[in-house]
Design a protein. Structure first.
Lengths: 299, 291
């Protein structure tokens, strides 16, 4: 069995005023895993991401990234810090925080440039990141003139240009219009498909089943960890964590109460379509009525 | 109070948008390499400040207008921005200098008797005020032309490639970027407060609202500065800023810049030689006098 790429053992973090944000947290994340961290406000989700990113030091306990321990002294070891920055990228919730240059291009190349990469490589990475997000046309625009969705895309591109192995997203779908939200969820899925380790702190339980292999419920420590179905089926846990099931699941619960029963409760659109198909097949076989092909209605 | 503040914020944002729009036009200065435009206009500003004769200053103003016209800067907008502000500013600080209290000389117009002394405008004082106003006007005209035609991001790229210290460039760049965010935040804050208020607040309430808003804004700014620094650290910043610039200059850039600076140097030489006849001849030769 391979060792986890991220490991936290009895990790604690206290704010300067002494209050505990993270209190005795144990967690292992495997390479290539897509993990959603959920929990109520103040559960320590953002703090956990900042700890993993080495932006704030652990007060107690042990944090290792790919076998290397990250502690207070890591800040004073430039080689270790540079290794960590290349290994891991964090996308902040507030895009205005992440976009601190006067043009999109300067923001996108900031990471590779400060990692001391050759200029040609910096340029190539910047262009690749812009193309991947489909925002090459924004290259010379000022970040403060962009829409919320565009800002989010640029802030993601500015981290993708580093080409990190581990990606940390803090509330990536918050405050986005439906189309931009879809784009972000698709991007998370594609990152996972590429084998990157993706860790997402989110309130958006509707998006979680679309990309996550595992859900971690956090409330200063790990309350529960398991696959999406196990966690989202545990009503007591969700209630204790001030969370709700995805809207698709809520809909199917209502449908179930009026007699539309499916084999399993679906948690995302794809699962819902599967369940509807299965049920439809069963009904047709049972009633011996041939399935009518779906046609688009014409105006 | 809120209306005035909101309209001021909107005005600043609109002006910045106007500048960005002008910097994207297909004009002469916009087509030049921004490093050359920066050097050209900075040289002209320095030369304008060194001039003594109002006629040479007038020539520099005409030169700035020609450059503005060639760069497709709307002249109405340009003249309004310079000549509404400069005379007001100059008069405000030059009133004492126009009188015999500061500048002795020949009386101009009626005199006033105050507390046993006579106060009057002097011809020498007025000439000094006129020269000062023209000098400031020329310098401001050229500075506005610099910001309007280069555009902020290209100006920063130019400074970076001209070997200005990277920390200076980054701080300037971030200041400009976050001023916009600050203005947005201020506008939103006051809009939100306005939406929950009925009637006109008293002076005491205005003071209270102003105080709490400043505190709130300071806290937000402080928190944001911490977060921005963390975002920089997370992308490899280690305290040594680096900037990248892709600017490429051509011979045309150099020739145009040298030609315009040479003209300004000729004006400066004539000005310093004290030969007003030569300056008049230069003006007549250029046909500027017929304007």
């Amino acid at each position: 069995m391979t060792s986890p790429i991220i490991s936290l053992r009895d990790v604690r973090y206290r704010y300067p005023d002494g209050n505990a944000a993270i209190d005795g947290l144990d967690l292992d994340i495997e390479q290539g895993e897509a993990v959603a961290i959920v929990g109520p406000n103040g559960a320590g989700k953002s703090t956990l991401l900042h700890l993993i990113a080495g932006l704030i030091p652990v007060s107690d306990g042990k944090l290792t990234i790919d076998g290397k321990e990250i502690d207070k002294r890591s800040v004073d070891r430039p080689n270790e810090l540079e290794w960590l920055r290349r290994k891991l990228g964090i996308i902040f919730q507030d895009s205005d925080v992440a976009l601190f240059n006067s043009t999109v291009w300067n923001d996108v190349v900031f990471g590779p440039l400060h990692m001391g990469l050759p200029v040609e490589e910096v340029r190539a990475r910047g262009n690749r990141a812009l193309e991947r997000l489909g925002i090459s046309h924004l290259r010379d625009r000022a970040p403060y003139r962009l829409s919320g969705g565009e800002k989010r895309k640029v802030s993601i591109a500015s981290v993708l240009s580093i080409e990190p192995e581990i990606l940390l997203f803090d509330e990536p779908t918050a405050d986005l219009d439906p189309r931009s939200r879809r784009m972000v969820v698709d991007l998370l899925k594609s990152m996972t498909a590429e084998g990157k380790t993706v860790i997402v702190a989110t309130h958006d339980v509707n998006a979680v089943p679309d990309f996550a292999d595992r859900i971690i419920v956090l409330k200063r420590r790990v309350l529960a960890s398991g696959d999406v179905r196990t966690i989202l089926s545990d009503e007591d846990l969700l209630s204790a964590s001030e969370l709700d099931v995805p809207e698709v699941a809520r809909l199917f619960r209502v449908l179930s109460s009026i007699g539309y029963v499916t084999d399993e409760l679906p948690f995302c659109i794809d699962e819902a379509v599967d369940q509807i198909r299965k049920r439809s097949d069963r009904v047709h076989v049972h009633s011996n009525v041939p399935e009518r092909p779906m046609t688009e209605s014409k105006p | 109070m809120f209306e005035r503040l909101l309209s001021q914020v909107t005005k600043v944002i609109r002006q910045s948008l106007e500048m960005e729009t002008i910097s994207r036009r297909d004009g002469v200065l916009q087509r030049l390499d921004p490093r050359f435009v920066f050097i050209l206009l900075l040289s002209l500003v320095v030369i304008s400040v060194l001039l003594r004769n109002p006629l040479s200053m007038f020539l520099m103003i005409v030169l700035s207008l020609i450059l503005a016209a060639l760069s497709k800067v709307p002249l109405g907008w340009y003249l309004k921005r310079v000549w509404l502000f400069v005379p007001l500013f100059s008069v405000a600080i030059l009133v004492p200098s126009m009188t015999n209290l500061v500048t002795a000389g020949h009386a101009f117009g009626p005199s006033i008797h105050l507390f046993g002394s006579t106060l009057y405008l002097t011809k020498e004082g007025l000439a000094y005020a006129a020269a000062f106003t023209l000098r400031v006007g020329a310098a401001v005209s050229l500075s506005i032309l610099m910001v309007a035609t280069i555009g902020w991001s290209r100006l920063m790229a130019a400074l970076a490639q001209l070997r200005f210290p990277p920390s200076f460039v980054i701080i300037l760049d971030m200041t400009y970027r976050y001023i916009h965010l600050l203005l947005d935040t201020v506008a939103n804050m006051f809009m939100a407060r306005k939406s929950r208020m009925v009637g006109r607040p008293s002076k005491a309430e205005i003071r209270e609202i102003g105080g709490s808003s400043v505190t709130n804004l300071f806290n937000k700014s402080y928190r944001m500065s911490e977060n921005v620094y963390q975002a920089m650290l997370s992308r490899g910043y280690t305290g040594k800023p680096r900037v990248m610039s892709d600017l490429r200059a051509s011979k045309v850039d150099a020739v145009f810049t040298i030609a315009v600076i040479s003209f300004a140097v000729v004006v400066l030489v004539f000005d310093w030689s004290g030969s007003s006849t030569a300056l008049h001849n230069l003006v007549a030769y250029l046909g500027v006098g017929s304007w």
